[in-house]
Design a protein around this ligand. Sequence first.
Ligand SMILES: NC(=O)c1ccc[n+]([C@@H]2O[C@H](COP(=O)([O-])OP(=O)(O)OC[C@H]3O[C@@H](n4cnc5c(N)ncnc54)[C@H](OP(=O)(O)O)[C@@H]3O)[C@@H](O)[C@H]2O)c1
Length: 253
Amino acid sequence: MANSLPTGRAAYDFNGLKVLVTGGTAGIGLATAQYFADAGATVTITGTREAPQQYSDEDLGRFDYRQLSLLSRDSIDALCASVDALDVLVNNAGGTGGAQTPYAFEESVQVNLNAVWQLCQGLLPRLHEASAPCGASIVNVASEMSLYASPWFPGYGAAKAAVVQLTKTLAAQHGAAGLRCNAVLPGSIPTRMTRSFADDEAIHDAVCQRTPQQRWGDPAEIASAVLFLASAEASFVNGHTLVVDGGYSITDA
Ligand SMILES: NC(=O)c1ccc[n+]([C@@H]2O[C@H](COP(=O)([O-])OP(=O)(O)OC[C@H]3O[C@@H](n4cnc5c(N)ncnc54)[C@H](OP(=O)(O)O)[C@@H]3O)[C@@H](O)[C@H]2O)c1
């Protein structure tokens, strides 16, 4: 029997809190932004385009929007300077680059690791000023590729593995000040980033076969894990890596 997807109605209360979800225009980031907004948060999202009207998804209109390129230090600094209050930072934006033009190793490390560090450094002052009852929090979206060799995308795998270590380091550095930092490691989720794999029947089925739940995940199932880690229900969860992959990583390759 297939289990149902999260309802998005778990009793998380983010009323009055300010949340920034990088890469909130699509996929996992959009689902996460929607869940936070439904739980009462004021949500800012980022995308690479100049304005939210340049995306086809009308739901983006419910969020505050900022342009961000993780390849540009100036763009990262400008985003950080524009944020005057913040309770939750979700470092979600990232990826392997375009299907035709995957990132070079160095670009991948900039987008998936250095940018996470740079955003954290730029926004930590705001997070330390936060008055959220559940404490301020960072959630980094790493990857199952944090755990495995990544022969097709070496920079991506190396960067995502390092994000797990960075998450623990930030948790250790800032825990005494009431700031928690955790990571979610998604398994295979059909989004724009993974479309070419999801559409390839052989790859799609191979993932299903190895996954004890016999299917791909849904962006909502990652969003749900992010909200848990940012919520008061996870008040003593710090430096943790939450793998959300239907059990793929516990089975033999
Ligand atoms: N899907 C999976 O199976 C999977 C598995 C493990 C980990 N992840 C991770 O989950 C996160 C979200 O991925 P997704 O699958 O939801 O991908 P997606 O649907 O392609 O969305 C990626 C988001 O990140 C933004 N983004 C991409 N490159 C960027 C850059 N260089 N600078 C600034 N923003 C950028 C995109 O903005 P635009 O819309 O403007 O391009 C978009 O908002 C990523 O960190 C990814 O590595 C995904």
